[in-house]
Design a protein around this ligand. Sequence first.
Ligand SMILES: [Zn+2]
Length: 181
Amino acid sequence: MTPLYCPQCRSGLVRVPVQGREREQCPACGHTVFHNPAPVVLALVEHEGHLVLIRRGLDPLAGYWAPPGGYVETGESVEDAVIREAREETGLDVAVDGLVGVYSRADVRVVLAAYRAHSTGGVPLAGDDAAGICLVAPGQLPVQPPPRTGMPIDEWFWGVIEEVTAPWRWERQPRARVAQR
Ligand SMILES: [Zn+2]
C-alpha cells in the first residue's frame, strides 16, 4: 500500500515526521504522501416489504449475507454509488431514502456510509461479485456467527452489518401487519 517512489518526480521516498506523524516524503521535491481511507457505501434496500441481502462473493466476509455495497468512484456522488452498487449486485433500480450512519475504525482503511433505499423497478437477481441474493422478511434475518479470521476489517464489517440490519431482526408491530392485509 505504501508507495516507494514519489508520484510527482519518481525519487525514492523517505519516512520523516510531518505534522506530528511519520509520513513518506520526497527528499527531492518535498511532496508528502498522505494516506486516506476509501469511501464505501452500503445499501439497505427494501423490496416489497423485504430487506435485500446478497451473499458476498469476495472478502471481506466472503460467504456472509450482507447488504449490497462497494467503493464510491470518482465521478459519482455517494448516493450515485448506492444506486449503482444496488443495481449491479441485486438487479434492482433503487431510490435513496436517507443516511443510516457513517462507520469507521482507526485500523480499517475504509469509511462506510450506510443508506436506506427502496426498489423502484427491476427483478432481484444476484450480479457482479454477489454470489447469491435473498429477500428477508421482518424477523427472518439470517443469524451469522462473528468471523474468526482475526482481521480487524472482518470483525468491524460484521459488526456494521449486524447494526445496520438490526431493525429487520424483529417482526414488525402486529398493527402494521394487520394494516398490510
Ligand atoms: Zn518528488
